[in-house]
Design a protein around this ligand. Structure first.
Ligand code: NAD
Length: 321
C-alpha cells in the first residue's frame, strides 16, 4: 500500500494530466463504463464541520476508491485550509487498499480540469475575454487551467469581497495578460467565457446581462440551496453537466428544475459531447452553460495518476498494513 503526500501530488500531477483524466472519465460515465455511488455528507455536530464521502468505480480505467473529507470552518484560524480531503484507492480485482493519497491539491486541479474540459468542448473558438466571478482558493486554479484552452487576451473579475481580487489579478500578471476588476453587469457584457466559483446562495449573474455566444462554467454550486446564476439563464442556455443526477439535486440546475423552467432531459452530460454523441454548441450565438457539480470519479482518476506517477518516480512511500 502506498502513501502519496500532498507535496508529491503537487509535484507529479500536472494540469494536463488532470484535464486528460477528467475528460476521459466524463466520457466513460456517459457510456456507462464508470459510475458514481450515492454521496454522503453530514454535519457531524463537532467543530461546525461537514464531513462526507464521494465514491465510484471507473471500469474503463479500473479505478475504484473513495474521497473522504469535508469542510472545517475554523481551520483557517489555525493556518489550515477549511476544505480537507483524502483519497483511498482500492484494487478492483481484490478489494485490497492500494494507496492513500492527499486530496486537497487534487480537488483543486480536478475542479479546474472540469471547467476547462467544458471550455475546450463548448466555448467559441474565438473567445478572447475571460471573466472570473469569485476570487477564493479555487479561483487561481480555475483561471490557470482555463487560460490554456483558448487564446485569451484579457482577464476580468468580480468578487463579493474586493480585497481577494489580487489573487486572480496575480494569475493574469503571471501570464502577461491585461486585467480589470469590474461590476457583474459590465463583466457579463464583455466576457466571452465566464467561470463562477463562489459560495453564493443567490444569483450573481442575471440572464439579460449575458451576451449571445457566451460560455459559462458554474463551478461553485455543489450543495442544496447554493446558487450563482439566474434560474432563467438555464432555461435560455444549452445546459451541460458532469452528472445529471447531481445537477438537478445539488447543482446550479436545482433552481430551474424546481421552478419548472428546465426539464431534466434538457440537460446533457458533457461526456456525450466528448464522445461525439452530442454536438455541444450548435451556433456561434448559443449560450452554453456547464453545471460542474463535482463528482467522486474526478477525484479518483486524478488520485490514480498521482499514485502511478509517484510509484514510477520512486516518490510514493510503501507501507505494509
Ligand atoms: P473560498 O472560501 O476560498 O472562496 C469563496 C468564494 O466565494 C470567494 O470568492 C468569496 O468572496 C465568495 N463568496 C462567499 N460568499 C459569497 C456570497 N454570499 N456572494 C458572492 N460571493 C461569495 O472557497 P473555494 O475553495 O474557492 O470554493 C469556492 C466554491 O466552490 C465553494 O462554494 C465550494 O464549495 C465550491 N467547490 C466546488 C467544487 C466542484 O467540483 N464543483 C469543488 C471545490 C469547491
Amino acid at each position: 500500500m502506498y502513501v502519496v503526500t500532498e507535496e508529491v501530488c503537487e509535484a507529479v500531477v500536472t494540469r494536463k494530466d488532470a484535464f486528460d483524466a477528467v475528460e476521459a472519465v466524463f466520457g466513460a460515465m456517459a457510456k456507462g463504463d464508470a459510475w458514481n455511488f450515492p454521496v454522503v455528507r453530514e454535519a457531524i455536530g463537532h467543530a461546525d464541520a461537514l464531513y462526507g464521502f464521494k465514491s465510484g468505480f471507473d471500469r474503463a480505467g479500473l479505478t475504484l476508491g473513495v474521497k473522504s473529507g469535508g469542510y472545517w470552518p475554523g481551520n483557517m484560524d489555525n493556518g489550515l485550509t477549511n476544505h480537507q480531503s483524502t483519497v483511498a484507492l482500492f484494487n478492483p480485482d481484490t478489494g485490497q487498499l492500494q494507496a492513500v493519497v492527499g486530496g486537497n491539491y487534487l480537488t483543486a486541479v480536478r475542479t479546474a480540469a472540469s471547467s476547462s474540459v467544458s471550455i475546450a468542448h463548448l466555448a467559441r473558438k474565438d473567445a478572447k475575454v475571460i471573466g472570473m466571478i469569485g476570487a477564493g482558493h479555487q479561483s487561481a486554479f480555475q483561471l490557470r487551467a482555463a487560460l490554456e484552452q483558448r487564446d485569451f487576451e484579457k482577464v476580468i473579475c468580480w468578487n463579493h469581497d474586493p480585497s481577494m481580487i489580487p489573487r486572480v489579478e496575480g494569475v493574469a500578471k503571471e501570464v502577461g495578460l491585461p486585467f480589470e476588476a469590474l461590476e457583474r453587469e459590465a463583466l457579463s457584457a464583455e466576457a466571452d467565457v465566464i467561470i463562477t466559483i463562489t459560495s453564493a446562495y443567490e444569483p450573481l449573474l442575471m440572464k439579460d446581462w449575458i451576451k449571445p455566444g457566451t460560455h459559462i462554467a458554474c463551478m461553485g454550486t455543489d450543495t442544496k440551496g447554493k446558487q450563482e446564476v439566474d434560474a432563467a439563464l438555464l432555461a435560455a442556455a444549452r445546459v451541460f453537466t458532469d452528472e445529471v443526477a447531481q445537477s438537478i439535486s445539488i447543482g446550479e440546475a436545482q433552481h430551474a428544475i424546481a421552478a419548472g423552467s428546465l426539464a431534466e432531459n434538457a440537460i446533457t452530460p458533457i461526456g456525450d459531447v466528448i464522445n461525439g454523441d452530442n454536438p455541444g454548441r450548435t451556433t456561434p450565438e448559443d449560450i452554453t452553460l456547464f453545471d460542474g457539480t463535482g463528482v467522486g470519479l474526478q477525484d479518483l482518476v486524478v488520485a490514480r495518476v498521482a499514485m502511478d506517477r509517484a510509484v514510477a518516480e520512486g516518490r510514493a512511500t510503501d507501507v505494509v498494513l
